[in-house]
Design a protein around this ligand. Structure first.
Ligand SMILES: Nc1nc2ncc(COP(=O)(O)OP(=O)(O)O)nc2c(=O)[nH]1
Length: 276
């Protein structure tokens, strides 16, 4: 008999992070918001649908993705961040591994640096983060996007991901970054098999045990298709919602999603049911 874990205290709140990919090749919506005006309009639409945060990215990190040059990444994201900082009315996050892009994005109005490399990509990532006035997302990935799905292996995936995130928290503290600025993320789909992804969602309370807010990004990811019919990324809403709700039950504080309205509605019903 599986025990469904209830959120602690009064049905723990969760924030919805809407995804704005200003890229030509993102796995689930590549190209649709590559134009700055389209990206800005999409961000505003996600806020209208209930997004509490917008995550803006200019480089796809899907399996097999090729890196984007810094100048190109800046050109993609900065106009969008500047416009949304003025109009969206919610905190913005910059999804980048490059310190210089993060610095420019924070200057343009971003309040969060979402780094899928957990500040390991560049030698000056930690010192840049220490100097910026923003929150930091530390995400686990095993290997670079180009090769991370070739043959991911763990002895104890939850234990190893937790240990990595704990070590990154310590590295941040040693660099003078205040613990209160840190958010952790198990990196669903970043060097993980389907079984690894499921174990991480089921074991999310052990990641939350680090004492930092947990960000969970399951939206439209490949493991969903592997568990159902192997359809395209935009045919994975049901699985995205199921995984997001389970993540919330097991400790996620922020859900990074493409489908904000549906996620908002699913959470509203799930929370009402916990109080019924
Ligand atoms: N913190 C965090 N950031 C992330 N950034 C990108 C993606 C990949 O999803 P998406 O942005 O939709 O695709 P792409 O990287 O192809 O743009 N997933 C995460 C995630 O799970 N957590």
């Amino acid at each position: 008999m599986t025990t469904i874990r209830h959120p602690p205290s009064a049905v723990r709140p969760v924030r919805i992070m809407g995804i704005v990919n200003v890229t030509p090749d993102s796995f689930s919506d590549g190209g649709r918001y590559f134009d700055a005006q389209a990206a800005i309009a999409h961000g505003l639409k996600l806020v209208e649908e209930g997004a509490d945060i917008l995550d803006i990215g200019g480089e796809s990190t899907r399996p097999g993705a090729e890196p984007v040059e810094e100048a190109e990444e800046r050109a993609r994201v900065l106009p969008v961040i500047e416009a949304l900082a003025a109009r969206a009315g919610v905190p913005l996050s910059i999804d980048t591994r490059k310190p210089a892009v993060a610095r420019a994005a924070v200057k343009a109005g971003a309040a969060i640096w979402n780094d899928v490399s957990a500040l390991t990509y560049a030698p000056d990532s930690l010192e840049t983060a220490a100097a910026l006035d923003c929150r930091i997302v530390l995400m686990h990935a095993q290997g670079d996007p180009r090769i991370m799905q070739n043959n991911p292996r763990y002895d104890d995936v939850v234990g190893e991901v937790r240990a990595f995130l704990e070590a990154r928290i310590e590295a941040c503290l040693a660099a003078g970054i205040d613990r209160a600025r840190l958010i952790v993320d198990p990196g669903i789909g970043f060097g993980k098999t389907v079984a690894h992804n499921l174990a991480l969602i089921a074991g999310l309370d052990r990641i939350a045990g680090l004492g930092r807010p947990v960000l969970l990004g399951v939206s439209r990811k490949r493991f969903i298709a592997a568990l159902d019919r192997d359809g395209p990324a935009d045919a994975r809403l049901g699985g995205s919602l199921a995984a997001a709700l389970e993540g919330w039950r097991r400790g996620a504080a922020i859900l990074r999603v493409h489908d904000v309205a549906a996620t908002r509605q699913a959470l509203a019903v799930a929370r009402a049911l916990f109080q019924a």
